[in-house]
Ligand binder design. Structure first.
Ligand code: PLP
Length: 431
C-alpha cells in the first residue's frame, strides 16, 4: 500500500508552493455555467486519481486528505475494487429487485458476517438482516421507516405518533425528512413544511436523551462521532449510557456510521471503540468503494423484518454492480488489516495534531483514527482560508462550519505521505 504513489512525497515538499497562485485563480474550477450552485468547490479540477493522490487537468498532483468525506477510505481506484467492478461490468449490471441476481445474497451474507457480530442480537434469535440502498440519506430514511413500523407493529405505539430522538449538530443527509431534524440553518431553512416526529437533544448528554423518551419513542438516532459538525467526539461514557437508556425504555439505538464506519476510526464501527452494540446501523460512503453509491441498513432481524414485500424498496438498491463492489469492500475489511492500519497511522496523525494544538498552531483538535477536526485559532482566518492555503501546498481538505477543517485521508495513504501532509497542515496553520 505504501507504494501506491506515496514514495515520491519526499520530493513534493520542495516544490509544492511554486504554483500557489492557482489556488486563488478566479474561474479555475468554479465557473459552473449550467451547473446548479449548491456547492462552492475549491478551485481545482481533478482529472486522475490513484491511491491517496489525485492529479488536476494541468498535471499537478495533490494529496487527497478528504477522501470523499470517507467515501474513498480505500483510496482512489483500489485495484481489488476496480477489478471487482470491471469483472461485473462485463457480466451483468442491473436487474431491478423484481428478479434475483447471483451477487445479492452473497453481499448480504458477507456484510452481515462483518457487521452482525457488532450489533445487539435480536431477542428471538432472528438472523441479522441487510437492506441495501444507494445513498446514505436513503439508508437513514430506511432506518427511520423500519423503526417507526417496528414501533407500530411490535411495540404498539399508536398510529402516526412515533417519535425518534436525535442530536443537535447532526448530519444524516439531505432529504426533506432528514433536514426536518437538522439544526443547521443552511441545511434546513426554506425547505419546510417539516416532517414531524423528531425530538432534538444536545449531543453528548445521555440524560437529555432519557428525558426526551416517552411511550411514543421508537428509536434514538445518533452519529457515534459527528462528522459534518467538525468531528465531534462525545465523552467516552456517552454512547454506553445512551445504550442503557435505550435498553431500559425498550427503544432502538440506531447508529449512523455512514462516515464513521468501515475503517475510518481504526475499527469496523466507531461504536466498537466504546463497546456499544447498536440495534441498527446505517452504512454508506466507503461501502461503495469510491466507485458507485452503495448504502445499507444492517440490523436486528426482528426489526428490519417488519419491512415486507411492497413496503419499501429501490430500483437501484442492491444492483449487481453495487453488490460486486460492496462485497469486495467487505472482503477488504474482513481481514482487519485496513482497520489496524487506520488505527496505527491515526495514532501518529492524532499525536502530531495534538502537538499543533499544544503549541497554539491550532485552537483545538479532535479526532479518532484517521479522522480529525482542526479549528483555526481566532484571528487566523476561516477554515476555508486554511483549505485554500493547503490547496496551494497540494493538500486537499474541506472546511466545515466556519473555523474547522476536517482531515480524513484514505487509509491506504503512505506513512511518508501522511507525515508530509501534516507538515503542510502545520505550515499552513502557521502562515
Ligand atoms: C454523508 C452522510 C450521510 C448522507 O450520505 P449521502 O450519501 O450523501 O446521502 C448521512 N449520514 C452521515 C453521518 C454522513 O456523513
Amino acid at each position: 500500500m505504501d507504494t501506491l504513489r506515496g514514495g515520491t512525497s519526499g520530493e513534493r515538499g520542495g516544490d509544492v508552493v511554486a504554483d500557489d497562485a492557482r489556488a486563488g485563480a478566479p474561474g479555475a474550477a468554479d465557473d459552473g455555467g449550467h451547473l446548479a450552485h449548491n456547492y462552492r468547490p475549491l478551485p481545482v479540477r481533478i482529472a486522475n486519481g490513484e491511491g491517496a493522490w489525485v492529479r488536476d487537468v494541468a498535471g499537478i498532483e495533490y494529496l487527497d486528505f478528504l477522501a470523499g468525506y470517507s467515501a474513498l477510505n480505500f483510496g482512489h481506484r483500489h485495484p481489488a475494487l476496480v477489478a471487482a467492478a470491471k469483472a461485473q461490468l462485463d457480466r451483468l449490471t442491473l436487474t431491478s429487485r423484481a428478479f434475483r441476481h447471483d451477487g445479492l445474497e452473497v453481499f448480504a451474507d458477507r456484510l452481515a458476517g462483518l457487521v452482525g457480530p457488532l450489533l445487539r442480537p435480536a431477542p428471538g434469535g432472528e438472523p441479522t438482516l441487510v437492506l441495501p440502498m444507494n445513498t446514505g440519506a436513503e439508508a437513514v430514511e430506511t432506518a427511520v421507516k423500519a423503526a417507526r413500523k417496528w414501533g407500530y407493529d411490535v411495540r404498539g405505539v399508536p398510529d402516526d405518533r412515533a417519535t425518534i430522538v436525535v442530536a443537535a449538530g447532526n448530519f444524516h443527509g439531505r432529504t426533506t425528512t432528514v433536514v426536518s431534524f437538522s439544526t443547521d440553518d443552511d441545511a434546513r431553512r426554506g425547505f419546510g413544511p417539516y416532517t414531524p416526529g423528531f425530538r432534538v437533544v444536545p449531543y453528548g448528554d445521555a440524560a437529555a436523551v432519557a428525558a426526551a423518551i416517552d411511550e411514543t419513542t421508537v428509536a434514538v438516532l445518533l452519529e457515534p462521532i459527528q462528522g459534518e459538525a467538525g468531528v465531534i467526539v462525545p465523552p467516552p461514557d456517552y454512547l454506553p449510557a445512551v445504550r442503557t437508556v435505550c435498553d431500559e425504555a425498550g427503544v432502538l439505538l440506531v447508529a449512523d456510521e455512514i462516515q464513521s464506519g468501515l475503517g475510518r476510526t481504526g475499527a469496523t464501527l466507531a461504536c466498537e471503540l466504546v463497546g456499544v452494540r447498536p440495534d441498527l446501523v446505517c452504512l454508506g460512503k466507503a461501502l461503495g468503494g469510491g466507485i458507485v453509491p452503495v448504502s445499507a441498513v444492517v440490523g436486528r432481524g426482528d426489526v428490519l423484518g417488519v419491512l415486507t414485500p411492497g413496503t419499501h424498496g429501490s430500483t437501484f438498491g442492491g444492483n449487481p454492480l453495487a453488490t460486486a463492489v460492496g462485497t469486495a469492500v467487505v472482503d477488504l475489511l474482513a481481514t482487519g488489516e485496513m482497520q489496524a492500519r487506520a488505527a496505527r497511522l491515526g495514532a501518529r496523525m492524532q499525536e502530531r495534531l495534538a502537538r499543533m494544538a499544544a503549541t497554539g498552531l491550532a485552537a483545538e483538535v479532535r479526532g479518532v483514527g484517521l479522522w480529525a477536526g482542526v479549528d483555526v485559532p481566532e484571528g487566523r482566518g476561516t477554515g476555508r482560508d486554511l483549505a485554500e492555503r493547503l490547496l496551494a501546498r497540494r493538500v486537499l481538505v474541506k472546511d466545515t462550519h466556519g473555523r474547522t477543517v476536517r482531515l480524513s485521508p484514505p487509509i491506504v495513504i503512505g506513512r511518508g505521505d501522511l507525515d508530509w501532509a501534516l507538515d503542510q497542515v502545520a505550515d499552513a496553520l502557521a502562515g
